[in-house]
Design a protein around this ligand. Sequence first.
Ligand SMILES: NC(=O)c1ccc[n+]([C@@H]2O[C@H](COP(=O)([O-])OP(=O)(O)OC[C@H]3O[C@@H](n4cnc5c(N)ncnc54)[C@H](OP(=O)(O)O)[C@@H]3O)[C@@H](O)[C@H]2O)c1
Length: 315
Amino acid sequence: MILSISLWLLVAVLILWILLDPVSRISRAIFEVLIPLVNQKPIDLKNKFGEWAVVTGSTDGIGKAYAKELANRGFNLVLISRNAERLEKTKSEILTISSNIQIKLISADFSKGREVSVEIEPHLRDIPVGILVNNVGKQYTYPMYVGEVPEDELWDIINVNIGAATLMTRIVIPGMQKRQKGAIVNVSSGSELQPLPLMTVYAATKVYLRSFSEALRVEYNKFGITVQHLTPLFVNTKMNAFSHRLQVSTVAVPDATTYAKNAVATLGKIDSSTGYWAHGIQAFFTLIPPVWIRTKIGEMMNQTFRKDYLKQKNL
Ligand SMILES: NC(=O)c1ccc[n+]([C@@H]2O[C@H](COP(=O)([O-])OP(=O)(O)OC[C@H]3O[C@@H](n4cnc5c(N)ncnc54)[C@H](OP(=O)(O)O)[C@@H]3O)[C@@H](O)[C@H]2O)c1
């Protein structure tokens, strides 16, 4: 009798243990989808974090749209990208809509590594940065096997996706700590939900951002600093130019403006989010199968995009 009860107990504990991980992952996804609906009250981000926001990679795509959304909310901006002309153009575009803010520009190429942060630091020394958006990112030109990706491209991806977020955070976080307020928004990617063959290194750099964000949050929450980890799925930007399928805006693949509006609305409400309700639903379904199945599906998806690209280029 006792043996039989112990055996059943053991089986029950085993089943619970097996279910614990998927259930907690799925509950997080449901929470993420529901929170913008349940908590619709907008947060006064300027009051909460400070008057200046720095956005890296802000002349195109999500970064530019995010900067515009912050400008709408009255933030002064520091825009950082590598092309001075495009920075000026972005500045005038934003000022025509939000004329009552200040905008400073810094041209910097994050693929150059550490020397860039040394150049940027003096520009930010006297600016009380309230929000840092670590948005800049680099993706493969198209889905490739690691042995096909040019070495320079791999190194740039590591510098831009990992180095920039790390060193930009290092520059602004002591000031935030002193002021006892601020937010670091790390733009990661849904590609970190599982290993992603044919975008192997890109996805791996985004896993770094998750670990970095989660540990940083524990270090700095007590100093009044919010660390948000954003994991967008596909957004219609030039980053995905390798496939025509991702260059059409839909509910599932929003344009950058729609994405950024939704993402900014989650800041201060949720620490880790896709940033956009329809991506939250996609992430919910993505997380149901075990990792090995998702990895296989990811490979199949990227084989399709690879074919799209090679066909586009007549290769
Ligand atoms: N689009 C998506 O589907 C998607 C999905 C998940 C995550 N994300 C992430 O979201 C972020 C933004 O992506 P996006 O699609 O908006 O990219 P995007 O449209 O390609 O824009 C990238 C921005 O970064 C700047 N930039 C690129 N390389 C740079 C460098 N070496 N130094 C300084 N600035 C540089 C570009 O400016 P210039 O070219 O003018 O220099 C541009 O302003 C990235 O971190 C990306 O990984 C995107």
